[in-house]
Design a protein around this ligand. Structure first.
Ligand code: SAH
Length: 229
């Protein structure tokens, strides 16, 4: 029921919202909470630069700095701040690295990656989200995120190889095309499983050789096959 309130255009009016001292203060408090949970300074600095409330429907702005996932329309969510922080930390981004994100969603994670110095290529399978988020990121002048409407299981062979890949939906399998599109020495951060997932870092150590590291469990919406209308 709630999903139908989140019409696409509700999020596209961000230029009317300002990054007031109130929001900056709430963001700082959220960063303190993430620091206490073990998130490193570099990631906090990047997250502090991105006003999370810009990615929220206008009528729910007061929830923007809670450490919670939140529905953004099309039955999808903006990831939990701790999840965004944890995945960003695992990526260990260096300036100008080329990063592929699967699941653009609200665009928040993509904006945090860009604020970390990455050049981001982000794929979304839902047309409505793709359209709204692309406009939102343009309005925010986030130049280092290129949005694509497509199926993340296939990646972006025309833009490969990537230094790192991040998947922001629960992946029941580790997609083979994504392994191929990684540079040797690069890695993929992927919540592997269905709904409750194990965060994995899969490093490509040679053209056909990978090593896996496992981290804690996280909840995600499912990574689905094919494009949706
Ligand atoms: N990174 C987002 C998280 C959004 S939730 C954020 O910061 O807000 C996960 C997103 O993955 C949803 O928008 C969903 O539509 C998308 N998704 C699911 N399966 C996909 C696929 N195969 N290809 C591309 N996007 C997919």
């Amino acid at each position: 029921m709630i999903a139908c309130i989140f019409e696409a255009e509700l999020r596209s009016t961000m230029n009317l919202i300002e990054d007031s001292y109130l929001y900056q203060g709430q963001r700082k408090t959220l960063m303190e909470l993430l620091r206490a949970k073990g998130i490193e300074e570099k990631v906090l600095v990047a997250m502090m630069k991105v006003p999370r409330h810009y990615f929220f429907p206008k009528m729910f702005l007061q929830h923007a700095y809670e450490n919670k996932a939140f529905p953004i329309g099309a039955e999808q969510t903006i990831s939990h701040p701790y999840t965004v922080a944890f995945q960003t930390q695992l990526l260990e981004i260096k300036p100008m690295e080329k990063i592929l994100e699967i699941g653009t969603g609200s665009g928040y994670q993509a904006a945090v990656l860009a604020a970390s110095g990455a050049r981001v290529y982000s794929i979304e399978r839902q047309k409505e989200l793709y359209d709204t988020t692309r406009v939102l990121l343009e309005q925010m002048k986030v130049m280092d995120v290129k949005c694509f409407y497509g199926d993340g299981y296939l990646g972006l062979p025309g833009y490969a190889p990537f230094d790192k890949i991040i998947i922001t939906a629960a992946a029941p399998i580790i997609p083979e095309p994504l392994k191929q599109q990684l540079k040797v020495g690069g890695w993929m951060v992927i919540p592997h499983g269905e709904e409750t997932t194990t965060m994995k870092k899969i490093t490509k150590i040679a053209e056909t050789e990978f090593i896996e590291e496992h981290f804690q469990e996280f909840k995600f919406v499912p990574m689905l096959q094919g494009k949706a209308k």
